[in-house]
Design a protein around this ligand. Structure first.
Ligand code: DGT
Ligand code: CA
Ligand code: CA
Ligand code: ZN
Length: 577
């Protein structure tokens, strides 16, 4: 088990203990432990194997958690978790994904109203049976009804990073198999969607049974849904499905194209084929007058080529305009790549709620090949994160000046701040201070429930401030757990254009904010996008790839992304806009 897996187990322990009304201290112990392990620079297994190191010396890891780490590393599971899972109604777990409905209330509702499914809960609210319970009000019914959709989506789909973890596990389970000639993951995962409904595996092999037996021995398997000659479906993690298809090598490209989707893209492809006197299916391409004679199928490239198209990146296959772009003379965009990124302009240090120092963040960024970064700790309004006041931020910037003076390779740290936009509108720090910064991010962290007009005014107002350079996570959504705040993005885009500002694409897989459709709109308005990790630790800098994937889905090219620019170009832009 890697650190992320262990952290996930501890987080789930905390969730389940909380649901059972266990004391808050125990719940917090698991949560803190999960956080500590998530951010460790070294793997737990390594630490355990090293007689000179002691897990218990880490803050947040006591003897109990350390023992559980040993069990997890040795066996890959935790009996206490299995027991808790078995004794907690599934619906209760889903209910806690409703934003604003706490564990305690969820447990009461589930018990008193005998809720078995989320649908039961919806009915109970619609029939106003919730308000009849002691301690509940009509307002709770509305909160539940508003949040049910999010809970339903969250319980059915995996976030991209969770899907990636599962894909990695499946890949390392299957790859050593000598009977597998080719292996590819298709579907929404290959298209890089922000959430994935199920995993689609495609395999070329002449020993179907062996491949299926191997897949059925996957440690995460909970049950098999169906197994046939060429197709198999199984469940992992209670509710998540993995589909396998075994195809002949001559059809691999056609099958990959078909099962990558999207459905809308495929419908358009087949329509185009028909018009050209051809038929396309998961086996290959054939002429309509000789449908049994495949003329292409082993690669995606030849399939697209027969249809007069250039190969289309999976990220673009959503049935928008990608097919017309791929035609001869069309403008298929050269999509941005991870290697194009030369900077990370949103990160926190120990000065606020980060885990690492300026030096450590800079060293990690340099190791990733970045040429410059911006340190952007929170401002004072975020007191929970020990946000910086005027004096502390000026001190930090002095430190950064000193750091830069010591660099010999041209690597540069920009003096930045993630400054809150106060509930009443103004920036959390005075203009004289912001004027000293190289890079100012403005953020809404408080008053997220304000009216559309209020929130929009705050963000538009921030964009009008000459010192502000970008807006962080412009809609505030958390994928699967918190809806975006009410904000008129058109007005925000207009203000960004008017004042020559950039907008952030926050790369965290929990945020991916702006979303792909918003990105398309922002980029076509000419607004430079900055893809940020919002890293709170060295490990947090790894999420850049999700941001780049999201940008690719929006058809974004390198030059549209501000942190692909050399430092001089960025500085010139900041000065002359
Ligand atoms: P998901 O799993 O909900 O995140 O989304 P996908 O896109 O992975 O959908 P999935 O797993 O149901 O099917 C995988 C691909 O197979 C899908 O993107 C396109 C193709 N496909 C599946 N069913 C159909 C269908 O009825 N018609 C067409 N044209 N393509 C289909
Ligand atoms: Ca799928
Ligand atoms: Ca599927
Ligand atoms: Zn931040």
């Amino acid at each position: 088990m890697n650190n992320a897996d262990i952290a996930k187990v501890f987080d789930e322990m905390a969730d389940l203990l909380e649901l059972r009304g266990e004391n808050a201290f125990r719940v917090r112990a698991y949560r803190n432990g999960a956080k500590t392990i998530q951010d460790l620079p070294q793997s737990v297994a390594e630490i355990l194997a090293d007689p000179d190191q002691d897990l218990k010396s880490l803050s947040g890891i006591g003897a109990t958690l350390a023992d559980k780490c040993v069990v997890l590393v040795e066996t890959g599971q935790l009996p206490q978790l299995e027991e808790l899972r078995a004794n907690t109604p599934r619906v209760l777990i889903k209910m806690t994904r409703i934003p604003g409905l706490g564990a305690k209330k969820a447990a009461t509702l589930q018990r008193e109203l005998n809720i078995q499914t989320l649908e039961d809960l919806r009915e109970a609210c619609e029939q106003q049976r919730v308000r009849a319970l002691k301690g509940f009000a009509a307002k709770t019914e509305q909160i539940i009804l508003d949040g049910l959709e999010i809970a339903e989506a969250a319980s059915a789909r995996l976030r991209l990073d969770q899907a990636e973890r599962l894909v990695d596990q499946l890949r390392s389970h299957l790859e050593p198999c000598a009977a597998i000639e080719r292996l590819e993951f298709a579907g929404s995962y290959r298209r890089g969607q922000e959430t994935v409904g199920d995993i689609d595996i495609l395999v070329v092999s002449n020993d179907h049974a062996q491949v299926m037996d191997l897949l059925e021995s996957f440690p995460g398997r909970v049950g098999t849904i169906a197994r046939g000659e060429t197709k198999m479906s199984m469940r992992v993690d209670e509710q998540f499905q993995v589909d396998l298809r075994v195809v002949p090598a001559a059809s691999f490209g056609a099958a990959l194209q078909y099962f990558t989707g999207s459905k809308e893209h495929n419908v358009a492809i087949r329509g185009r084929a028909r018009k050209m006197g051809m038929t396309v299916n998961e086996y290959g391409v054939a002429r309509l007058d000789a449908p049994d004679e495949l003329i292409a199928g082993s690669t995606e490239e030849e399939l697209y080529e027969l249809l007069g198209l250039r190969w289309i990146s999976p990220e673009l296959r959503e049935g928008r305009r990608e097919i017309e772009w791929a035609e001869q003379g069309g403008s298929l965009p050269p999509l941005i790549e991870l290697d194009d990124i030369v900077a990370d302009l949103h990160m926190h240090t120990t000065a606020s709620d980060g885990k690492n120092s300026i030096d450590e963040m800079a060293a990690a960024a340099r190791a990733q090949g970045h040429q410059y970064i911006a340190i952007t700790d929170h401002s004072k309004r975020v007191s929970m994160a020990r946000g910086l006041d005027e004096q502390r931020v000026l001190e930090q910037w002095q430190q950064i000046d000193q750091f830069n003076a010591e660099q010999e390779d041209g690597f540069r740290v920009l003096k930045g701040i993630e400054c809150d936009i106060l509930e009443s509108g103004p920036m959390d720090l005075p203009d004289e201070v912001l004027a000293e910064a190289d890079w100012v991010i403005a953020s809404v962290h408080y008053g997220q429930k304000q009216s559309r007009e209020q929130i929009t005014d705050r963000i538009v107002g921030a964009l009008a401030n000459r010192h502000v350079d970008t807006i962080a996570h412009p809609t505030g959504r958390l994928i699967g757990s918190r809806p975006p705040y009410e904000v008129d993005l058109e007005a925000v885009f207009q203000a960004a254009v008017e004042h020559g500002k950039s907008l952030e694409l926050n790369a965290s897989p929990m945020r991916l904010d702006l979303s792909e459709t918003h990105l398309i709109a922002a980029a076509s308005a000419g607004i430079p996008i900055v893809i940020d990790t919002d890293a709170h630790s060295v490990a947090g800098m790894d999420v850049m790839s999700y941001g780049v994937l999201q940008a690719r889905r929006a058809g974004i090219e390198k030059h549209q992304v501000l942190n692909t620019w050399p430092l001089e170009k960025l500085l010139a832009w900041l000065q002359h806009r």
